[in-house]
Design a binder for this molecule. Structure first.
Ligand code: NAG
Ligand code: NAG
Ligand code: NAG
Ligand code: NAG
Ligand code: NAG
Ligand code: NAG
Ligand code: NAG
Ligand code: NAG
Ligand code: NAG
Length: 465
């Protein structure tokens, strides 16, 4: 996939494709299909955010007669993947027979068997506690900073100030010095489903805390870190979004591929979707699955909760304009703080963007600048409402043409890939892209100088070998 993504992000379709298309038109579309549809979801890591991770930090703040009090903080260092409702679930296994006497800003989902305790009963006696965040509106005496957001954590690019979540835990039957404490093992992070893999806890330099006036620094008695990384392959989710395309130069609207996110099947899965005008809509929304956030989608051919539409809208002399519309087909979800990652070679010259925020993502340094993260403006369109009349957000992008690369030919004007909330969207097959009038997708173009040089060099190398 590395080869594929690097190739596709060069200024145009790779020269080799043009060459092949001259020789064998059908082979060209096959190669294109293979490159564009390569299963990015099987990547072990995300090539657009290679260092993205969630780091869980334990700061021991105080020793107690039988253990310690620690503040646990999760930092989301991922550029565009956030944790949305119903929020994170954190688990681990104690190394010895530790118990949790109390927690502030979070709670364990089960208390477990505390029957051997008399008098004071611990908050949790399980060897493998499972912790969830508290809800907003928790009484102040049960809160600490960065807690109580129902487990929602922003992505680092969107809102670094909300990209962390904390709670405090008071541990008993544990070591009481930095030599005798045994680190918890086997961390699991669910967000809320699978997808994250956490490494071993490692002792790191104790965190330093600076007071608000900046005049005093304190430090944790002991600190350890755990790093968790996401893989869409591990998440094994069915796709959650798809892409449709259209253009001013061709009336065809290329819809999302049929069954992108599942198929309509009332025989095996009755009620897997609901018509927008169904009289039973309200009862279906409140039916089973309401509290588990299970999507309830409007019946469409693609069955995706999210569709991203890319419309090539206008062609000026020096610029061209694209309209992006994101539509929500899920009746059970308001997507708060949604984001989009779009890869297109012309993002190196984005001139203007209307009503979305923008940040360039350059995973390979300055060399490739073809990927952008787009997200809503706070209080204006950062909430993508549930399916229905308000369930969409849109924006227009104005790109400056680079005469060397710009073309409406061969689907160049369409995005190479799109992520919604960090999940890869299903693209239509490239041979279905809208054509230029009087052109076929395999139409020939005279070789440009660059291409000719490329081939001369390649031939030279081949001869040399
Ligand atoms: C986690 O992400 C941070 C910030 O990008 C980075 O500094 C750190 O090296 C990453 N950790 C690992 C283990 O990849
Ligand atoms: C434990 O604490 C002592 C002094 O308090 C310090 O010298 C030592 O480096 C600490 N060890 C660890 C692993 O933090
Ligand atoms: C680690 O946790 C997983 C899931 O909670 C569990 O299946 C596994 O047995 C645990 N491994 C150890 C060594 O505790
Ligand atoms: C531990 O985590 C903190 C907070 O995420 C980070 O600042 C620090 O660099 C990490 N330390 C190591 C050694 O990864
Ligand atoms: C599937 O069932 C839903 C409601 O149960 C109904 O609205 C929809 O029209 C059905 N779809 C098909 C293709 O029969
Ligand atoms: C989405 O937000 C609107 C307005 O805040 C609210 O009326 C609606 O119930 C919400 N829908 C869901 C599924 O949470
Ligand atoms: C953007 O377009 C201008 C004018 O065509 C060009 O000079 C400049 O090099 C382009 N910038 C990039 C990063 O390609
Ligand atoms: C990438 O392109 C954007 C938009 O033209 C520009 O603001 C940004 O500085 C570029 N980044 C790099 C690393 O070239
Ligand atoms: C528009 O594109 C489609 C392919 O998506 C093609 O079948 C059709 O012929 C094109 N229409 C015109 C007028 O070129």
């Amino acid at each position: 996939m590395e080869v594929g993504s690097v190739t596709m992000s060069s200024s145009s379709y790779p020269p080799i494709l043009r060459f092949v298309s001259k020789l064998a038109p059908f082979a060209a579309s096959l190669v294109l299909l293979l490159i564009l549809n390569a299963p990015t979801s099987t990547e072990a890591f995300d090539s657009l955010d290679p260092n993205g991770n969630i780091t869980i930090k334990w700061d021991v703040m105080q020793w107690t007669p039988d253990g310690y009090v620690a503040v646990v903080t999760m930092f989301n260092f991922q550029q565009y993947r956030h944790i949305q409702a119903p929020g994170w679930t954190l688990g681990w296994t104690w190394a010895k027979k530790e118990v949790i006497w109390s927690m502030v800003g979070a709670q364990t989902t089960e208390q477990g068997d505390c029957s051997k305790f008399k008098g004071n009963i611990p908050h949790c006696c399980k060897r493998d506690p499972t912790v969830v965040d508290l809800l907003p509106g928790t009484p102040y005496n049960m809160q600490i900073a960065n807690c109580c957001k129902a487990g929602v954590i922003s992505s680092f690019n969107q809102d670094p100030a909300s990209a962390a979540s904390s709670f405090q835990v008071s541990v008993g039957l544990a070591g009481t010095t930095n030599k005798t404490v045994k680190l918890p093992k086997n961390f699991t992070l669910k967000a809320p489903g699978p997808g994250y893999t956490c490494g071993l806890a490692k002792i790191v330099k104790p965190t330093k805390f600076v007071t608000q006036d900046g005049r005093r620094t304190t430090q944790a008695l002991m600190t350890w870190n755990v790093t968790c990384t996401y893989s869409q392959f591990l998440a094994q989710k069915t796709p959650t979004c798809c892409v449709s395309l259209s253009s001013f130069y061709n009336d065809t609207i290329v819809n999302c591929p049929t069954c992108s996110c599942g198929c309509q099947n009332n025989n095996t899965q009755p009620g897997s979707c609901v018509e927008g005008d169904s009289p039973y809509l309200a009862s279906a929304i409140n039916g089973p699955g309401k509290y588990s956030y299970q999507p309830l989608v409007q019946c469409t051919s693609h069955m995706c909760p999210i569709r991203v539409h890319w419309h090539v809208k206008l062609n000026y002399k020096d610029y061209w304009r694209v309209k992006i519309t994101i539509t929500n087909f899920n009746y059970r979800m308001n997507y708060t703080q949604w984001n989009l990652v779009v890869q297109h070679p012309n993002f190196d010259n984005l001139t203007q963007l209307f009503s979305f925020n923008y940040k360039s993502i350059t995973p390979y340094g300055a060399a490739i600048n073809d990927t952008a993260m787009l997200w809503g403006i706070k209080f204006y369109n950062d909430l993508l409402m549930e399916a229905g009349p308000y369930g969409n957000v849109q924006s227009e992008l104005l790109f400056r043409k680079d005469a060397n690369t710009f073309t409406f030919d061969k689907g160049w004007a369409y995005p190479r890939r799109i992520y919604f909330n960090g999940d890869n969207c299903v693209m239509p097959p490239p041979d279905a892209y809208p054509w230029l009038p009087n052109a076929s997708p395999l139409s020939k173009r005279p070789f440009s100088l660059r291409v000719r040089v490329f081939w001369m060099v390649l031939m030279g190398l081949l001869l040399f070998v």
